[in-house]
Write a protein that binds this ligand. Sequence first.
Ligand code: SME
Length: 163
Amino acid sequence: MENLILAGESKSEIYKSLIPQIKSLIEDECDSTANFANISAALKEAFGFWWVGFYIVRPDNNPHGSSLVLGPFQGPIACTRIAYGKGVCGTSWKEAKTIVVPDVDQFPGHIACSSLSRSEIVVPVVREGNVAAVLDIDSSELNTFDDTDRHYLEELMSFVVLR
Ligand code: SME
């Protein structure tokens, strides 16, 4: 196992050098817990985000029949269950699309796991047409995420499910 090599100054250059390394890290491993753990660690190491992790759709005793349950992550402790349609994560699950939140205080229903989180991106992991999990990244700064993050993180999440 080699260390990550992070070349480049711009966000896009860092993603371009990082994503192939993450792909090679996960391509021979079929266990999603192991892969989600290494993806979280690699993104945290590369960008220094406040919180990076996964919530996984699991059966649950509620009207929807399932919830997002906390999976592998890097960062401070976080809420363990998120209902369908709730918060940024539950909305990404419901709409099956990436959500970029420039200022969490402006997102109605945002779930504040940490008061230091200021902006956020949530990218769904889709398997056979259904959302199986979401990647959630929080920043302690406003306006951290944009279409560059959306582009590379969606590519990474599609690789996780399509291989
Ligand atoms: N802010 C998220 C909750 C998860 S934490 O940020 C780790 C949300 O609104 O869904």
